[in-house]
Design a protein around this ligand. Structure first.
Ligand SMILES: Cc1cc2nc3c(=O)[nH]c(=O)nc-3n(C[C@H](O)[C@H](O)[C@H](O)COP(=O)(O)OP(=O)(O)OC[C@H]3O[C@@H](n4cnc5c(N)ncnc54)[C@H](O)[C@@H]3O)c2cc1C
Ligand SMILES: *[C@@H]1O[C@H](CO)[C@@H](O)[C@H](O)[C@H]1NC(C)=O
Ligand SMILES: CC(=O)N[C@H]1CO[C@H](CO)[C@@H](O)[C@@H]1O
Length: 328
């Protein structure tokens, strides 16, 4: 369990061009041979074991408490939660901790699901409602953590970033997304852009904190500069603790690479062909979550929350079927 992750940093077989947010180009110009050598960059695990310690500590705490109370019951009720803490994550992203009604309350979320947040400015006719994926453990008591990126013209994200401690925000939910049960798939691949990491992290946490769940996880996290890797510590912790089952590939736009953590470039067909489980090769699933342009290039867009739409883009070109892909 404390074995160390020792991956060599191999150059990736794709053109390392700078790209903008919208540049999830779908076309790889020539057909590369499928390489068996999975190429990942990762760091050597120094703090392996921290995750295990955390897991046991949480379990013991839990045993001392009685059954939890549920905050968000899926009954359509809005619940006001008080902002208790704010931590800076990157230049434009913060982690917000909301207090649940008591120390004995849990959020009520199951994996994978989201909450809805609602805000109405005094001048607004209608409230703005947006979904967010909490990053705390589902059985954490007393709080709910959101990691939210601020958009300059973003109605809800801008409000959230302007909130002061002790102000409240209305929440309801949960909104079920993809119900996870242990070992539902043998291998899952998660392709995320920006804050699209949050539902992926929810899945990963649920898998790795359950000793019965043996699912292998490959993460491709793109469209970021190195300093913008959200949930970096949390992801490193998983990489170090589960080097056999968790592999992460970080792609950055055009930032100069100072560390071994990230690789320059973009998510291309050629790259995905090397790191994803082969189409039709078993009980595998590919999850996609990111900005609209990313869905378009990689998986095709969703028609609606209840209609996944057809698989398009790179994943279609690579031969994945509808049942092998889930768009968050
Ligand atoms: C299931 C689900 C879970 C989500 N979880 C999270 C989460 O954990 N953390 C988080 O920060 N966000 C998350 N989001 C996105 C979130 O719901 C909002 O879309 C986001 O906060 C922007 O809302 P807004 O009201 O601030 O911006 P809006 O008023 O909706 O948009 C304002 C401007 O921002 C731009 N913009 C908005 N969203 C994006 C985007 N994703 N990429 C590029 N440009 C964009 C728009 O083009 C527009 O110009 C999630 C979305 C879904 C569907
Ligand atoms: C928030 O509320 C608590 C309890 O009411 C109070 O002790 C604390 O000083 C408040 N914090 C701020 C920043 O207003
Ligand atoms: C979703 C997301 O994080 N998009 C970012 C991708 O990278 C560009 C350039 O660094 C940012 O401007 C986007 O906001």
């Amino acid at each position: 369990m404390f074995s160390r992750a020792i991956f060599t940093r191999t150059p990736l077989r794709f053109t390392p061009t700078a790209c903008s947010r919208r540049a999830y180009a779908s076309a790889a110009t020539d057909e590369p041979k499928r390489s068996n050598a999975l190429v990942y960059s990762a760091i050597v695990g120094i703090a392996a074991g921290a995750g295990y310690y955390y897991y046991t500590t949480v379990s013991e705490d839990k045993a001392a408490l009685g059954p939890p109370e549920i905050t968000l019951k899926g009954d359509g009720e809005w619940v006001d939660l008080k902002l208790a803490d704010i931590k800076s994550v990157t230049d434009n992203t913060k982690k917000f901790r909301f207090e649940l009604p008591s120390e004995n309350h849990v959020s009520g979320l199951k994996v994978a699901s989201a909450v809805l947040a609602k805000y109405k400015a005094p001048t607004d006719e209608k409230p703005t409602v947006r979904p967010y994926t909490p990053v705390n453990d589902e059985d954490a008591r007393g709080y709910l953590d959101l990691v939210v990126k601020r958009y300059d013209n973003g109605r809800l994200s801008k409000h959230l970033h302007s909130m002061a401690i002790n102000q409240t925000l209305s929440f309801k939910g949960p909104i079920p997304k993809y119900e996870w049960t242990p070992n539902k798939h043998e291998h899952i691949a998660l392709i995320a852009g920006g804050t699209g990491i949050t539902p992926m992290y929810q899945l990963m946490r649920s898998i790795f904190r359950n000793p019965e769940d043996k699912t292998k996880v490959t993460l491709v996290f793109g469209n970021i500069s190195e300093k913008d890797i959200l949930l970096k510590e949390e992801l490193e912790n998983l990489e170090n603790t589960y080097p056999q089952r968790f592999r992460a590939l970080y792609l950055v736009d055009n930032a100069p690479l100072s560390s071994k953590r990230a690789t320059q470039g973009r998510v291309t067909k050629e790259l995905l062909k090397t790191v994803l489980p082969e189409p039709g090769s078993g009980n595998n699933k590919i999850f996609v979550c990111g900005p609209p342009g990313m869905y378009k290039a990689i998986s095709g867009v969703k028609n609606s929350p209840s209609d996944q739409g057809e698989v398009e883009g790179i994943l279609k070109e690579l031969g994945y079927k509808k049942e092998e892909v889930y768009k968050f």
